[in-house]
Every structure is written in structure tokens, then in C-alpha cells.
Design a protein around this ligand. Sequence first.
Ligand SMILES: Cc1ncc(COP(=O)(O)O)c(C=O)c1O
Length: 441
Amino acid sequence: MTPPKSVPVANNMDAFLMPFTANRQFKANPRLLARAKGVHYWTPEGRKVIDGTAGLWCVNAGHGREEIKAAIAQQLEEMDYAPSFQMGHPKSFELAARHAAMLPGDLNHAFYCNSGSEAVDSALKIALAYHRANGQGTRTRFVGRERGYHGVGFGGISVGGMVNNRKWFGALLPGVDHLPHTHLPQNAFSKGEPEHGVHLADALEGIVGLHDASNIAAVIVEPCAGSTGFLPPPKGYLKRLREICDKHGILLIFDEVITGFGRLGTGFAAEKFGVIPDLMTVAKGISNATVPMGGVFVRKHVFDGLMQGPENAVDLFHGYTYSAHPLACAAASAVLDIYKDEALFQRAGELSSYWEEGVHSLKGLPNVTDIRNLGLACGIDLAPEGAVGTRGYKAFVKAFDIGLMMRQSGDALAMSPPLVIEKGQIDEIIEITGKAIRAVA
Ligand SMILES: Cc1ncc(COP(=O)(O)O)c(C=O)c1O
């Protein structure tokens, strides 16, 4: 294993405005990561911490992969940057063809960007442009879901359903409705997809009844909500959503930023649930988080729908300076090789029952009110202690202190280890989680 090096730490941390962080609390008692390899981080002092969350649900192939490093270095040597506006570079086309080949159904076309948030805003815009190009320009409304997370762009927070991410930022995008979330108390401690809740998809009919389908562009959901404590969909729910969207000509967008690239034991959640969305957003595992990258995969009819203008007209007035950045394309292509050569999606599927047994063994520990799991991910709810999030935060800090990085959202703990995790390391994660939960009882 890589020996930890001592890394100097700035003695004044004030300058960095940290995202999604209690800055003053953090800086008074920082948790720093300085090196990473495989499924581990090391702190600047050399303390080893097991990565229970694949970074931020993104380092699916594990840290420090030599093949990805080599591909990025080689690309940097050949060509650092090339624009994708009215120009191109070979690796972007190769990558899109590789993605198209591995995606289910006719999700055959890829748009690239730099993050999940950009992917979501791009998908919403593609949906609007598609309808307009097809003579249905009145379809401008979107439907999201309570407790959904779709990144932090104005589009993403508007269709998202996390109160704190919305309430600070004004009026948001107009014309957005939300489906009810799918976290039902009768499903507590379900293993895998919960039994109850398919009917929650029918709320879409109510929204159609209110606005008329002719005004609705798209529905966007995470197949498994991630950021509010990992909520797998009730059995049949996504199929029902697909049926209702089809009935009314509404586009269905799956936000697969965390479920894409193997998290559920299949390439994409669309395969796991047998439901093909019209558009799919991805990021994170697309490049194993080495170079920022996001993408929107679209089905043939959506792509064809945008290609109807004169040949010399721009088809989509949208893009980023770094769309299909050569370094990101090189990294994404190298990580596809790893996923394939090491059959990592299949590996995640094979490990998922071991993971399930492990996480559900925590049932019965003090304050544990629910445990959810699917693929190589889980959510564990703790009963609040006073203010919401207090107990969850304490458990998260305790776990880090004894050697595990997990995620905390309110009083929910979430984990999603790299897909290269070994069974013994899963045992370690479960053991530390149990200790942390007991310590905050
Ligand atoms: C489902 C989902 N969508 C979008 C995003 C936003 O991605 P990013 O942070 O890369 O902008 C995330 C991030 O966690 C996510 O989980």
C-alpha cells in the first residue's frame, strides 16, 4: 500500500468558502484527506481511513488507478485542449460511440459537460428544445420529486426537492411541480426495493389533470434518490412512471449521476429496473472522478427530433467550453476499460447480497429507525437527538475518527463504497458504523 507522506496544512483556512459545509465548525476541527489509493484515504498525519462512499459516490473503480493516470498524462502530452463548438477531436466521438454501445435501448447519443448539475440543466434544456423543434413549444413545465437531488444549478434546484437547497435562492424556475417522495414508514427495514408505494407514481396523473399534458415537457427523477439518505424505488414505481409519461407524450429523465456506472450492480439503473428513460444524466463514475465530467444520454427519437432544421443551422444552442474536454474523454475512456476488464458492475451485483446482510445486521442498534439498501449502497436512519442532524453529524464525525468516511444527510447516514471493495473491507465498514452508532446513543 502507498506509504502516507506528511502534507503541510495551511494554518489559516479562512480563505476557502467550503461548499455544503458548516465552515466555522469544520475549520475549528478539520477533517482533512491528503492521499488516496484503492479503497483508502490517508489524513495529512498519515491516519488511514476506509472510503465508505467512493469519495462522493464517484470513485467507483477505486483511487489512484494507474491506467487512468497514464491515459490523462498521454492526452496532456498530445493535446491539452480542443473546443467542441464547430470543431471536434477524435476522442469525443470515440467516447460517445462507446457509451452508446453500453447503454440500454436506443440511448444512442451523448452530450458532454463537466458535472452532474450541468448534466441536469442540459437535460432540461434538451427536453424543452426537443418539444419546441417538434411543434410542441407549449410543453415547458417540469415535474420533479420531493426529496430529489439534481445538483445545484437553478434548473436542478427547481426540480429538486431538498428544502435547504431551495429556500435560500428565490423564486427558482417557474412551472415546476413535484411528485411525492417514496419514503414510506411501512417499508422500514426493507431489503432491496420496497414493496409499498407503486401508487405514488399516479400523482403524475393528478399533475397532468391540473396543467394538461400539452404544457408538460418532462418528469425527472433519480431512480434511487441518493442525497436524502438513499431511497430505492418501490417495486413497479418506475415502470408506472414510464407508462404515464408515454400515455401523455411527456419525456422521462432519469438522473443517474450516482446510479450510473455500476452502483446498483448493472451499468445503469435503467437496466436494473427494466425502464428506459428518454434522457439520462450521468457524471461521477463516468470518469472515476479524476477529471470532472458529466453527460446527457438521449434516445434516438430525441436526437432525431433535434436534427430537423436546415443542415447549416445549429441544432442545440447549448454547450460548455469544456464539453468533451480531451482530458475528461481520455479519463472516461480509460475507466470504461477498467469497468469492462475487471467486470466491476457485475462484481458490485455479486457483492450486493453480502453488503445487504452487513448493513441490515445494524438493525436493533440504538436509535436505528430504518435501513435501506440496493446494489452497493445503503441508507441508515437514526432517530434525531434534539435538532435534526445533530445525531447524524455526531455519528459521521465519530466514524471518521475511528477510520471510516461515510455521508450524512440530516440524521440519515449513507454509504456507497468503491466497487473494488473486498468482503473483509465491507466487514470493517459495518463494524466501524456499528461502533459510531453506539457511540452516539
Ligand atoms: C442525482 C444527482 N444529480 C446531480 C448531482 C450533481 O452533481 P455535481 O455535484 O457533479 O454537480 C448529484 C450529486 O451528488 C446527484 O447525486
